[in-house]
Design a protein around this ligand. Sequence first.
Ligand code: 8GP
Length: 830
Amino acid sequence: TPSAPPAPTHPLALATVTAPPTSVDGFVREFLRELNFGQGVSLQASTVNDQYLALARTVRHYLMARWSETLRRQRETQSKGVAYLSAEYLLGRQLGNALLATDLTEIVADGLSQCGIELADLRAQEVEPGLGNGGLGRLAACFIDSLATMSVPCIGYGIRYEYGIFRQTFVEGRQVEQPDSWLALGAPWEFPHPENARRISFGGSVADHTDDDGVVRRRWTPAWDVNALPYNYMVPGYRNGRVNTLRLWRAQATDAFDLKIFNSGDYEEAVRAQTFAENISKVLYPEDSTPQGKELRLQQQYFFVAASIGDFIDQQLPEDFDLAQLPERIIFQLNDTHPVIGVPELMRVLVDEKRLEWGAAWEITKKCFAYTCHTLLPEALEVWSVDLLGRLLPRHLEIIYRINEEFLAEVRERFGDDELRIRRMSIIAEHPERSVRMAYLATVAGAKVNGVAELHSQLLRDKVLPDFHEFYPGKFTNVTNGITPRRFVRLANPSLSELITDTIGVGWLTDLERLRGLEPFAEDEEFRARFRAVKAGNKRRLDAVLRERDGVGVHDDHLLDVMVKRLHEYKRQSLKLLHIVTTYDKIVSGEVDVADVTPRTVIFGAKAAPGYKMAKEIIHLINAVGETVNNDPRVQDRLKVIFPPNYNVTLAEKVIPAADLSEQISLAGKEASGTGNMKFALNGALTIGTDDGANVEIRQLVGDDNFFLFGMLEPEVEDLQTRGYVPSSFYEADADLRRAIDLIASGAFSGGDRATFEPVVSNLLYEDRFMVLADYAAYIEAQAAVDAAYADTERWTRAAILNVARSGFFSSDRSMRDYIDRIWATPPSF
Ligand code: 8GP
């Protein structure tokens, strides 16, 4: 029998992890060690990438002691925490945030410069992990940042996609997607733990089986499986000594390859199973709200959720943990419906593996999940065909059926045999094919259901899930989204941050309501001048970035008008475009004197889902209009349209602080919340916006005088829909609109070819699902008000300052407090 290993005796071995000294010398020593022994190069021979990787690892060393201490205390206290389940995390670059959290920026910049290296060059070397599509993924990243900063125990669980959101390029103005190989130059922030791999099963069949305790249970015999390998990432709190964990799963074949087949020379066949398995974490689905790519997507969802729940129960809980206590220890937050298959998975684990009674397992499960909905578009509410689910996860389908049966029995008990209601509320839809409504499953199983802004939560209750609201009135709540001020103010806008700290002192970064202290300074002329200087500096910085990146610049005397977000018809980039075309038309027709036009640069940033044809047509049109407008001498450079490709978090951090005007112009009742809108307000841009999503709350807070509201309200939209919306009637009735649309139709932006943009034009004229034409006149009028307001520099600056001062509510720290109070009951720990 092997003897037990000796206990450690060396004094160094007894100590916990220690951080390197926080000094320039301490840093340089550590950095060079990483460069020499980690990267295996001398400073003299190193490339920028070597230096970046060595720096990232060095910064990790400073976080390591805090991380291991956080983990140790969590094991010890077992205090209640959040497991955030999200198929997307749009993290953005890590280095700047890690330096900020550890307060090492100055030491590192100094140390590097003594090594002949510019910190900025190394920061620019980092490729951001684009493991998300848009708002939903970025929200997850903001939330884990806030939880770490607020010392709330949290594990983020997700997928380590080998390829994140595609890299967008334009070829002759059209979007062309390139793979995003974010791992190609090394992944210094991750910690793989292959020894903690979990086996995830799929397919096969289910049958009764008499277990060793004599009880007959359902037994799932899967047909195939894959390994889930965890990769850990640090999630540092802001200067509070806490580091939480983000754990992303990578798929790997359980059998590497078939050596016999390989040796016989059939190399493709030998690795077939491997390719198949690894496809599961190969690529992020590049769509924002239209369901597609079916089977692999369901595999991805089950893969990461099963790995995460299994990991939590087997690895995070003490061995003798009483599972009846699970709700006191964890809440699984479902970030939209992607992880909802976790509900039957937890039931399966509790009933089939841990041998709990169904009823006891259901009591636990109902308390362990909560569901956030992020959309209002019916086509974005996920459903899985029973056929596919039954093939891929037969046991889970059985469990869903039973949950549904018991739920519908409860509905019957309350409402009698109201068959219409039963059919409406069933988790199983019968048409157009039998399928599982994941949002309903989440609502039945979740302890709470929340929308992401006041208006959205109200519409969710009244329009999307009214029967459920009637049945479970206490279940529904709202948590308005938020954004992390660490990344989107402090890191993105250092000069504004400095001005704020100079004016109201430190502390605002973790208590953003303190920005209220800036309000009186809106009346201070000198402060306003400094505020304007910050904005101008940010425009120059953006100018430099865009010149280097895309060879285009921005004038610093132009009103900078920005619309950055996914390309979707409901967001109405085409409305912004019609405004541009109208302005252009008035200049070239001589209706207005070009000298009277407020100089503006419009920046677009937007990716379209590769399969979303109309969105891609609109991208093409934006580029075409930009090309024409920018090169027409009659415009005299007073109107510019620029569309840098591949909008991402890194670019957002440069664009948003420079903006004067924030475009939030979705059709009322369609944008669940928006979070870009909050980033702009906090960086001193004024919003032109509809009464939609969180715009409503922004306007209430900043005040009507400091916000350009336009367009139909949600009930008016409903009303027009019911009366029958005829877009062409708006075209007929408005001469400016007619001219703008006719100009596009005439081929003015497509070298005279009328066919190129015909699909966009006829969509607007004969379909216009999102009522662009109905809101056009109001939008043009609101833009005229923008021009007038911008002409009064002092007034504009006052309004911009008040936007900053009154937007503290939109910190994701506040969102997290709301989740804790209304949903999670997870107090800060240590
Ligand atoms: C987005 C919403 O469109 C946006 O308004 C909101 O700010 C953001 O989520 C964060 O809450 N929703 C989605 O990205 C979304 O619904 N994606 C579909 C796959 C569900």
